[in-house]
Design a protein around this ligand. Structure first.
Ligand code: NAD
Length: 319
C-alpha cells in the first residue's frame, strides 16, 4: 500500500484525511498543518498522526497530498518533488503558469508522478456523458456559489471558473484562439464575479460565468454540438442528452418531430445515460494510486492543470 501524508488539514484537507484513511489503496501515515492549534485539534479529534514539519512528513511517505491554500502550492510542491515523492496537489496547481512549468520539469527529472485536484473530471454526471461530448461548438457554463470567505485569496477565476476551464479543455480538442472577459470585485480585493468568452481555433465558443457571491448554488454546463444537446449538472449530479436523428417515414404518435422550411424532418429523442454514484474525491485519489502503482499517466496531469491555469490567468488579465 502507498504511504500517504496530507499537507494542510483545513476544510478540504480534513475530507482528504478521512478518505485516505478509508481507502484500501493508501496507508494514511499522518499530516502536517502549520497552524499548531488546528493540527492539535485534528490529531486529538480524529487520531491521525501529527507531524511537526513538512520535511518529517515527506520523509515518512510515498505520496504527499497538498491541500494548502493556492499561494503556498509552489513552495511546498517543490519540496515534495525534490525529495522524490509523488505529488497530489489541489487545484489550481500553482499561482502562475511559470511555477507550474517548473514543477512539471522537476517532476520529470525526479521521475515522480503528479496529479491535480480537478475533481469535476470525476463527477459522475460528467463521467456519464463525457464520451458523448464530441466536437461541441457552443458551451455555456455556470458555476455560482454562495459567499464563503475561504478561497477569496485568489480571484473567482482561480477558485471556481478553473473547474469549468479544465472540464472544457478536456472535451474541446482545439487550441484557444481568443479570450474576452470581465470581472467585478464586490466584497473581496479580487473579482468575485467573472464572465469569460473563450473562442477556440475550431470555432467552438465557450461562455463561462463564475460567481462566489450568489444567492444560490449552481454548477451547470451545457454543450451544444451538431447532433446533440448535452447538459451536466455537477451539483445535483444529473445529466441530460437530447439528440436528433432523421425522422422515420411513419413516426409513432408520441414522437417529437421538427420540420425545417425545406420539409426535412428530424426526430428529437432523449438518450440519458445513467449516472453511477461515486465519491469523486476518493476516486481521484485512488486513480492517482493506480497511476503510481501501474506507472500510467494520471487522469488529470500537471500539464493539463498548467494549461487550465494559463487560460485562467489569461482571463484574469482581461479584467
Ligand atoms: P483552508 O484554508 O480551509 O485550509 C488550509 C489549511 O492549510 C489550513 O489549516 C492552514 O493552516 C494550512 N496551511 C496553510 N499553509 C500551510 C503550509 N505551508 N504548510 C502546512 N499547512 C499549511 O483551505 P481549503 O478550503 O481546504 O483549500 C485548500 C486548497 O484546496 C486550495 O488550493 C483550494 O483551491 C483547494 N480546494 C479545492 C476544491 C475542489 O473542489 N477541488 C474545493 C475547495 C478547496
Amino acid at each position: 500500500m502507498l504511504k500517504a501524508g496530507v499537507l494542510g488539514a483545513g476544510h478540504l484537507g480534513k475530507i482528504h484525511l478521512k478518505l485516505l484513511k478509508e481507502s484500501n489503496q493508501y496507508e494514511l501515515v499522518g499530516f502536517f498543518d502549520e497552524n499548531k492549534e488546528n493540527a492539535r485539534l485534528i490529531a486529538e479529534e480524529f487520531g491521525y498522526k501529527k507531524f511537526d514539519s513538512l520535511d518529517e512528513l515527506i520523509a515518512a511517505v510515498d505520496m504527499v497530498d497538498v491541500v494548502t491554500p493556492t499561494l503556498s502550492h509552489f513552495e511546498v510542491a517543490k519540496k515534495v518533488i525534490s525529495a522524490g515523492k509523488h505529488l497530489f496537489i489541489e487545484k489550481p496547481i500553482t499561482n502562475t503558469f511559470k511555477e507550474a512549468q517548473e514543477l512539471i520539469k522537476m517532476a520529470a527529472e525526479k521521475g515522480v508522478k503528479g496529479q491535480v485536484g480537478h475533481v469535476e473530471r470525476f463527477n459522475p454526471a460528467f463521467q456519464a456523458v463525457s464520451d458523448r461530448i464530441e466536437n461541441p461548438m457552443f458551451i455555456e457554463a455556470h458555476r455560482l456559489a454562495e459567499f464563503n470567505p475561504r478561497g477569496t485569496d485568489v480571484p473567482v477565476v482561480l477558485d471556481l471558473m478553473i473547474h469549468d476551464i479544465d472540464a472544457i479543455l478536456s472535451v474541446v480538442k482545439s487550441e484557444v484562439k481568443k479570450i474576452n472577459a470581465s470581472g467585478v470585485s464586490v466584497i473581496s480585493d479580487t473579482p468575485d464575479i467573472a464572465n469569460a468568452r473563450i473562442e477556440f481555433e475550431n470555432g467552438c465558443v465557450a461562455n463561462l460565468t463564475a460567481s462566489r457571491i450568489s444567492m444560490k448554488n449552481m454548477r451547470k454546463s451545457r454543450f451544444f454540438q451538431r447532433d446533440a444537446y448535452i447538459s451536466v449538472d455537477f451539483l445535483d449530479k444529473v445529466c441530460e442528452v437530447v439528440k436528433m436523428k432523421d425522422a422515420p417515414e411513419h413516426p409513432d404518435d408520441f414522437a417529437m418531430i421538427l420540420q425545417n422550411a425545406e420539409g426535412v424532418k428530424k426526430q428529437i429523442y432523449f438518450d440519458n445515460p445513467s449516472v453511477a454514484p461515486n465519491n469523486a474525491i476518493l476516486q481521484e485519489l485512488e486513480s492517482f494510486a493506480d497511476a503510481i502503482n501501474n506507472n500510467t499517466t494520471p487522469i488529470v496531469t500537471m500539464e493539463q492543470a498548467a494549461k487550465a491555469l494559463k487560460i485562467a490567468n489569461q482571463v484574469i488579465a482581461k479584467f
